[in-house]
Design a protein around this ligand. Structure first.
Ligand code: ANZ
Length: 954
């Protein structure tokens, strides 16, 4: 039989779609609008990557489904075409980036079309087109006018081989992300965009959008809102003060030293007083070479140098403390200086251990149980109590007593509470004797107090216990008998230190054990104040603000997000439309002069001073000041890669407009984007930058919405067959063109969606694509079974009654599953369900054309070419998404209850409507029924159709 000829058919269908303008998004329509967006690609010379097409196929499926559901869909495509590889290519070959870009975009467009994506090509945009970047420049001018674009000297990462400034995220392990060459820090005047002014709104408005939870969390972390306080520390015998930013003012009594970032001005200011300045200077030079990520990495060994000759005064204890310079403190965060509290901060702890600095506990730990039988009950108040805990050692071995509770899943030390006039020590001894019978414990040591909040199961209360902790050694093995009551509650076990660590269930007991056996344990949580003067005994959360007042600190909200360095010393980027006049400083290019086009250059090499190659074109650079007409110079820096993609979703609404960024009415109609899918690697930068630009454009009345994307999802990566990231150097890249040539676009699309869960990284498997092709051939072959007219076979029987599990149920189940799965991006399970349906259809002798058309409609978003061809052949349409009938979904089976003398002995599923005879036949084969009937004589059988069967026996 004829095989599905994808080569012929796919081309034919693509021509048909194009001719009939099927994917045109109409501005304004009676239909509801739906805006589907995928990240537009950087048109590299290598052509389309398989990673691109995973996202595009997914959103093409959504777009096609939405059209069938009656939406007016906008699904656009364009080119994010500024970027370093094209510039590097120009450097090597002398070919103008414009020429290379044209060639690459033509290739990308051809590839995308060959895959049958339903993009509306009328909306195509290109960020390197002056008609487009005119508006990128215009937006920059608006930022400048509102004071949100400013110039600042910044330490930037400098790539020694590309000779260009890099953003932090473009430096990986101290090397340039693009060329892999070494980088160093340099100070340079840069244009900055004040994204931090929008930090709070960017954070808060995450509540308004439907993003995958992991995406929201990444955005929150990147913004990194931190509420703390600023506190000033006086430098002894000097007029200088150093201000620190801390989120834990409650720990200030434990601040035993202070650390400055290498760039801190105090070092320069007190140069003459610092006795070991040379050593300090050497250290600072080294630190500059390290990236921020490297410097703040918890696992990296801490280094630093003390500033000998100067001291700071802790404003709480009034004591002098040493000052260090260390690279784990960053100049770009907070104030670039910290008070170090080694007892309660991990990095400070590491540092203090290494340099032998005092570690002073000022917060007693407090543990709250949140899971398990002793989890604190939310609605109950706490009953506070002084309590004791005892660690008891064996009289001759290195073993310790643990209590294994019998009624609850608890494994603890000996605990209890002082009664009447008992001292804590007496109480501890009494508990030991009571609970273990051992008569001669000797107190060896008292440990630090620990507090614990838990639900006391036996007493049925929320307990807030303040444990005094004692360490005893048994003098001998003399033991009295333990009361039965105590024996019923718990069992006494002897444990080696290793076993003890695994044995203890409450976190607080484990903490105590580690502190006892391994030494000082750092504690970073909230707790009860200690060693803090008048604040002792206070809850640390409350003490935060009391202490802030006490030391004259002030509240401060800090963000990890930094302002965006917006200058690059490239050629192939949008020129920044600014003019510098000696008299009038930075002046914006008049809007009527936009776009400032990229001039032709002879050499794409950056200048030796690190300026962009534009700096060499004197007749372009030299210009009149727009204010005084005096001589002035153009800015020669260009914008970063991220500029054009920060607002492209708006331009799609009106991509050809020459007068304004986009027509207001069209923006009102299309915005916001209803569903945006893209890579997780763009979650923190592109997503945040574009949300920021949109908010700004909203503020100045351009964008109609405060949030550009209603919904954001993300795909996993497709790896090479070897399970590694696809890369040219590994030789594991799958070329989409080749796959389309050998298997067809439909098989490619189908396989890509079937390969595994959409959000997970999955290796490509060339056998898998064969399977996809076979499946499509099966669908194609089903044609021979189609009966166009009747549902009866030649003998006049309704052939659909031939199978009990009727196709109808499966069809409706499939409609439901495929519909739901597409919405949840579970494309792989949707396809599995289609496969089940096709297998069932293969077993039928004949198929109704209406049933076949349902299958093809459901398949059409995944494999649109074959579906469209079959629809034409059998004269049905692909224009309505199938609906299921919830009645028909229900399996036509029920659970038959089997009773013997009125007692339920079995239940199992049988087809609806079976007769008593059929039910008896089936039940008598069942093991349970056989067992309970045994040799009994059945006197009577009661059968309730579609419910139960009861054997009445003698
Ligand atoms: C004392 C302290 C005690 C701190 C303690 C923490 C725990 P987030 O939450 O990220 O804002 N810090 C402040 N500025 C810093 C800088 N420039 N470089 C490195 N570390 C810096 O973190 C705030 C905490 O990070 C601050 O609170 C400070 O250490 C440290 F038990 O102050 B903390």
């Amino acid at each position: 039989m004829e095989q599905y000829n994808f080569k012929k058919i796919e081309k034919k269908r693509q021509r048909y779609w194009e001719k009939n303008k099927f994917f045109l998004a109409k501005d304004f329509s009676k239909k509801p609008k739906y805006y589907c967006l995928v990240e537009f690609p950087y048109p590299s010379a290598e052509g389309l990557h398989i990673g691109h097409t995973r996202s595009y196929t997914a959103m093409d499926i959504i777009s096609r489904k939405r059209r069938m559901e009656g939406y007016n869909v906008l699904f656009p495509m364009g080119w994010d075409a500024f970027g370093l590889p094209t510039e590097n290519y120009a450097l090597k070959t002398g070919i103008h980036p414009k020429v290379a870009t044209k060639k690459n975009t033509d290739n990308f467009r051809r590839q995308l079309k060959s895959l049958g994506f339903s993009f509306d090509w009328n909306k195509e945009i290109n960020t390197t087109d002056p008609n487009y970047y005119k508006w990128t420049q215009w937006i920059f001018l608006q930022f400048f006018k509102k004071g949100l674009a400013y110039k600042k000297k910044m330490p930037i990462n400098w790539c020694l081989s590309c000779k260009i400034g890099l953003a932090n995220e473009e430096v990986v392990d101290g090397r340039c992300e693009r060329c892999g060459g070494p980088t160093e820090k340099r100070e340079k005047e840069q244009w900055m965009l004040a994204i931090t002014k929008y930090a709070d709104r960017l954070l808060k408005d995450l509540d308004k959008v439907d993003y995958l939870e992991k995406i929201k969390i990444q955005q929150q972390n990147w913004i990194g809102k931190s509420e703390g306080v600023l506190i000033k520390f006086q430098i002894s015998n000097s007029k200088f003060q150093v201000e620190v930013f801390t989120t834990r003012p409650d720990t200030i009594f434990g601040a035993t030293y202070m650390v400055l970032a290498s760039e801190h001005t105090l070092i320069e200011n007190l140069k003459l007083k610092i006795k070991n300045y040379e050593e300090v200077e050497k250290y600072i030079k080294q630190a500059k070479k390290k990236s921020e990520l490297h410097r703040t990495d918890l696992a990296k060994e801490k280094t630093g140098v003390e500033l000998k000759g100067i001291k700071a005064i802790n404003p709480a204890t009034k004591k002098e403390i040493p000052i260090f310079v260390a690279d784990y403190v960053l100049s770009s965060y907070g104030t670039g200086a910290i008070m170090a509290v080694p007892a309660h901060d991990e990095r400070d702890f590491e540092f203090a251990k290494k340099y032998n600095l005092p570690i002073k506990r000022v917060i007693e730990s407090c543990f709250m149980t949140t899971v398990g039988p002793d989890a604190v009950r939310k609605n109950l108040p706490f009953v506070e109590r002084e309590a004791i805990m005892a660690i008891v050692k064996h009289w001759s071995e290195d073993k310790y007593i643990g209590l294994k509770w019998k009624k609850v899943d608890w494994q603890t030390f000996i605990t209890g509470g002082p009664e009447n006039n008992q001292t804590q020590e007496e109480a501890a001894i009494a508990e030991i004797i009571e609970e273990t019978g051992y008569l001669h414990p000797k107190l060896v040591k008292r440990l630090e107090k620990v507090h614990s909040k838990f639900f006391h199961v036996p007493k049925n209360i929320n307990r807030f216990a303040h444990f005094s902790i004692f360490y005893f050694e048994l003098q001998d093995d003399e033991q009295k008998e333990i009361f039965q009551d105590d024996q019923d509650i718990h069992e006494v076990v002897w444990l080696s230190p290793e076993k003890m660590e695994k044995f203890l269930t409450p976190e607080s007991h484990l903490f105590i054990w580690k502190e006892f056996y391994k030494g000082f344990q750092i504690y970073t949580g909230e707790g009860i104040m200690v060693n803090s003067g008048k604040f002792d005994g206070m809850d640390s959360e409350k003490a935060k603000w009391e202490i802030t007042k006490f030391v004259g600190g002030k509240k401060q909200v800090q963000y990890h997000l930094r302002d965006w360095i917006f200058s690059r010393q490239h050629y192939w980027g949008e020129p920044i439309p600014m003019i510098h006049c000696e008299k009038h400083g930075w002046q914006p290019v008049p809007e009527k002069d936009l776009p400032i086009k990229l001039p032709e250059v002879k050499k794409y090499q950056p200048t030796d001073t690190g300026e962009s190659p534009l700096a060499n074109i004197k007749n372009w650079v030299n210009i009149k000041c727009p204010k005084c007409r005096g001589s002035a110079k153009r800015e020669t820096d260009t914008m970063p890669n991220w500029a054009g993609s920060s607002w492209y979703f708006l331009r799609y609404a009106d991509s050809k407009n020459k007068k304004i960024l986009a027509d207001k009415k069209k923006l009102n109609y299309w915005m916001p984007v209803d569903w945006y899918n893209g890579g997780m690697e763009h979650t923190t930068l592109h997503l945040l930058y574009s949300r920021f630009w949109n908010k700004f454009l909203y503020d100045i009345g351009i964008s109609p919405v405060t949030e550009p994307y209603k919904k954001r999802t993300s795909q996993g990566m497709i790896l090479g067959e070897d399970g590694e990231k696809m890369s040219k150097s590994r030789g594991n890249v799958v070329n989409p063109d080749e796959v389309v040539r050998n298997f067809g676009a439909d098989a490619y699309r189908l396989y890509q969606m079937f390969i595994g869960p959409f959000d997970q990284a999955i290796p490509w498997d060339s056998r898998g694509i064969e399977g996809a092709k076979r499946f499509l051939n099966k669908v194609w072959k089903l044609r021979s079974k189609i009966s166009l007219s009747s549902i009866t076979d030649t003998k006049g029987n309704d052939f659909r009654k031939q199978n009990l599990a009727s196709l109808e149920t499966l069809l409706h189940q499939t409609i439901k599953k495929v519909s739901d799965d597409i919405e949840e991006m579970k494309f792989n399970t949707a396809i599995s369900q289609l496969m089940i349906l096709v297998n069932a259809m293969e077993k039928e002798k004949q198929l109704r054309v209406t049933d076949y058309s349902l299958l093809i409609n459901l398949l059409s978003p995944f494999a649109p070419h074959i579906s469209s061809e079959l629809a034409e052949k059998f004269k049905f349409k692909i224009d309505k998404w199938p609906k299921y009938d919830s009645q028909k979904i229900k399996e036509k089976i029920f659970e038959l209850v089997v009773q013997i003398n009125g007692k339920v002995r079995d239940r199992f599923e049988v087809p609806m409507g079976i007769s008593q005879k059929e039910a008896e036949e089936l039940t008598l084969k069942r093991e349970n029924v056989k067992k309970y009937l045994g040799n009994k004589k059945v006197k009577k059988v009661i059968f309730v159709p579609n419910r139960l069967i009861n054997y009445v026996c003698s």
